[in-house]
Design a binder for this molecule. Structure first.
Ligand SMILES: C[S@@+](CC[C@H](N)C(=O)[O-])C[C@H]1O[C@@H](n2cnc3c(N)ncnc32)[C@H](O)[C@@H]1O
Length: 213
């Protein structure tokens, strides 16, 4: 339906959507709620990174809430990047949200107060059982490798390098992936918590920058 209408709602805002771009889901709103809880001062000039931005929903809603923030939004898909740019100009945020087409994140010397991400995280088995309407969405937006962890692990690998001291990564995951994060010392990050989505599933993991950041 979202593809037919050419738009979808997220956090009560309207966004353009096209075939080839992931349709935003209500459970992803948990990322915004968690960010608001962690960063109480909404006027602080925060630097935020949105990895796997898709239509740009997380970057745009965060820019509206954190009124002095600067945000970089990245995605590997040309279609996603184009729609994200359209949504950024629709919401008149060109001066604070910048989109890059890139694989995860370039080897840039930048640091962020927090990172958000809703990466592809479905496993081989889950991909075989997805409903027909989800099959219309881009494979690259859904499939996370055999265990669903391929992109997640790559994001976690680079996070300690680009997160400021006392920074956080707030990431959507599948409830069955929770156990991977309980012992995040191995990634140079500290486990901070797991947060449930509106359906009651453990959906968002939060990791904090480690002692060496
Ligand atoms: C589940 S969608 C999430 C989109 C959006 N953040 C949302 O929540 O609606 C995952 C996105 O990750 C992007 N993606 C997949 N692999 C990537 C990679 N290696 N680097 C950057 N983006 C990637 C896909 O193109 C897709 O837009």
């Amino acid at each position: 339906m979202a593809y037919l209408l050419g738009n979808a709602y997220f956090y009560e805002y309207s966004f353009k959507i096209k075939p080839g771009v992931f349709i935003p889901r209500p459970e992803t709103e948990t990322i915004i709620d968690v960010a608001c809880d962690l960063f109480k001062d909404k006027t602080k000039p925060l630097k935020i990174l949105d990895i796997c931005t898709g239509s740009g929903i997380l970057a745009i809603v965060l820019a509206k809430i954190f009124t002095n923030s600067k945000i970089i939004a990245v995605d590997i898909s040309e279609k996603a990047v184009n729609i994200a740019r359209e949504n950024i100009s629709l919401h008149k945020l060109e001066n604070r949200v910048n989109v890059l087409r890139t694989d995860i994140f370039p080897d840039k010397n930048e640091n962020f107060d927090f990172i958000v991400s809703n990466p592809p995280y479905l496993t081989d088995v889950e991909m075989k059982n997805i409903p027909d309407e989800v099959k219309r969405e881009p494979f690259q937006a859904l499939y996370g490798g055999i265990s669903g962890m391929d992109i997640i692990k790559r994001i976690i690998d680079i996070t300690p390098r680009i997160l400021k001291k006392d920074g956080f990564i707030i990431m959507e995951i599948s409830p069955h992936q929770v156990s991977y994060f309980r012992n995040t010392d191995i990634y140079g990050l500290e486990f901070f918590g797991i947060f449930k989505d509106l359906y009651g599933f453990q959906r968002v993991v939060v990791l904090k920058s480690g002692a060496n950041n």
